[in-house]
Design a protein around this ligand. Sequence first.
Ligand SMILES: Nc1ncnc2c1ncn2[C@@H]1O[C@H](COP(=O)(O)OP(=O)(O)OP(=O)(O)O)[C@@H](O)[C@H]1O
Ligand SMILES: [Mg+2]
Length: 670
Amino acid sequence: MSELRSIVYRTYEVFNAREFDAYPELLHRGVELIMAGISVRGLEAVTEFVSVTARANPRLRVEPLRVVAEVGDTVVTEVLMVDGSSSGQGAASAAACGVYRFRSRRIVEWRTYLDPTGEDLASAALTAVAAEQSALRRVAELVARQSPPDQVFSLVTRELGELLDAHMTRTVRFEPDGKATVLAATGRPIDRLPPGANISLPIHGVLEQILRTGRAARVDDYENVGGASGAALREEGVRSAAGGPIVVDGRLWGAMVVGARAGEALPSGTEERIARFAELTSTAISNVESRGEVERLAAEQSALRRVAELVARHASPEHVFAFVTEELRGLLDVELARAVRFESDGTVTVLASSGVAEDPLRPGSNVAIPKGTVIETVARTGAPARVADYSEVRGSIGEVLRTVGARSGAGGPIVLDGRLWGALVVGSTASQTLAPGTEDRVAKFAELLSTAISNLESQAEIARSRARIVQAGDQARRRFERDLHDGVQQRLVSLGMELRAAESTIPAELSEVRGSLSSVGAGLGDVIDALRELSRGLHPAVLLEGGLAAALRALVRRSSVPVELRLDLGEEPLEEAAEVAAYYVASEALTNTVKHAQASRAELSAKHREGCLDLVVRDDGIGGADAPRGSGLMGLVDRVEALGGKIEIVSPKGGGTRLHARLPTSSSGV
Ligand SMILES: Nc1ncnc2c1ncn2[C@@H]1O[C@H](COP(=O)(O)OP(=O)(O)OP(=O)(O)O)[C@@H](O)[C@H]1O
Ligand SMILES: [Mg+2]
């Protein structure tokens, strides 16, 4: 026997032996017992209720008949409730059906559908009860087999309708916007409100009462029930109705209603009978929902893992957000998803959108917070929000929403370090509104995302500060070079000229003095040349004059190791920052080749394509390049990464060195 069944069977033994101390091993702390329309919640209360019942019926015993079904976390049994000694004659007995749902190997939901036992049961009532029992059993079996809710809805609706011989029977789900969706309908309705219809609740009707009170309700006169759906019901011939709530995990989820025609009174107790069916329906729904929950959690977890991996691989924020919206769309099965960041000036920046063809709000665009949208509500409240109908949204954003076909939306805040940072929103183009709780799921996803985003933010911050440092360094070098050029260099040049002037005034007979002056002059010339060379190294003036191609050629010419140069820079313009970085990479790599590699030859190639420059410097030397040992290679890594590029150095001992830098040359690259 399976573990779950044996736990159920243990409860019968416990009851028969009146050993209720054993309940904590069998029942969940939050167990809910539902029996004959009474609901008792919590381990203590249930224990108390059962032991009081047992004391009141000292001869009552439970005899298990069979396990009707066991699927997943649910067991359905059939038992005989016997009031009398087990073999004694005249013992009253009644069949009962038990539905047990488990959580963490304890019974968390315990529903018993039983015939009232005893002599006061008229045989007509017995037949009715028997019919109800078998209808309930059929539903219970379907529930236990974890059938899809659609099937359960139509079966319960049909069974209930047949049992009550109702003119009309409907099962509905309450929607967050105060309307209801018809899930199943039977009887002889003229089908003004068919399954799938989204209806507003008939004013003063049964559904409205249930939504308000959360309890079973009846309305004996439908003449005064208002609204379009009230009129539709009257047209169907409905003159009175009764219904019961479907409560799933403590939340009012929907309702079942039956309607009768003029002259057909709904018998008293109809609400209770409906309530019994509604209960079974709830079990089916919470079964499916908890099953769905597990799958959903797994899907969410793996989506988050993929996002985290992407962040760890230093993907650009654009890339990460594009991925996030894509994942979200798949996860929630919606048509549209968007991520935005709130700016301090009251605008939003679109970070990514998925599922929006030819999006007028393309990533990177910055707009005023669109009025009447989910984004506005999230910005205002910092809480999950939904907008059931976008047709009311005015202005250009309304147009945008209609252009992309969005009809309703839901979203949640992205909160970083306690501050409202942005929002994730999803939209649906379907006529049906988004599933209940969508906004909470988006919000939960956004919450889980925030760690990844804060990593992303700090990475972006580091990249920005690196870029600032590198830029500041470049500026300092340029200033230094200018100072050398305009100051010291000019000063030396004019000193040289003064020296030559002085030299010319020295009489010919003082040839020795003249000779040494002239050699001082020559030395001064060398110093000027050296200084010029030095300042050229500080900032590659040749870059400004002849561009990257000219600058790389100059480097190759100056190298004492022969270098083969391959240039393929294409037609696209290169940003200055990328040119400068490429120049420094080539310069440092070739200098290292000369200084360390003992190479016989080297190769330099630069290729520019689609916003991306690949620069490779290779030598056939001794290898073993190791960035942490010096400052040159580290500086290159900083410089390249500050631009959002990547650098790779492969240098096995004895196997030569290959340095590959990939630089974005426009903001869309890499
Ligand atoms: N092409 C190469 N072949 C062999 N070894 C190399 C090569 N490039 C670098 N190395 C080794 O890696 C170390 C680090 O290089 P790096 O350029 O960072 O520093 P450096 O050249 O020693 O000093 P700096 O560049 O700061 O003047 C070098 O000291 C050298 O030992
Ligand atoms: Mg070096």
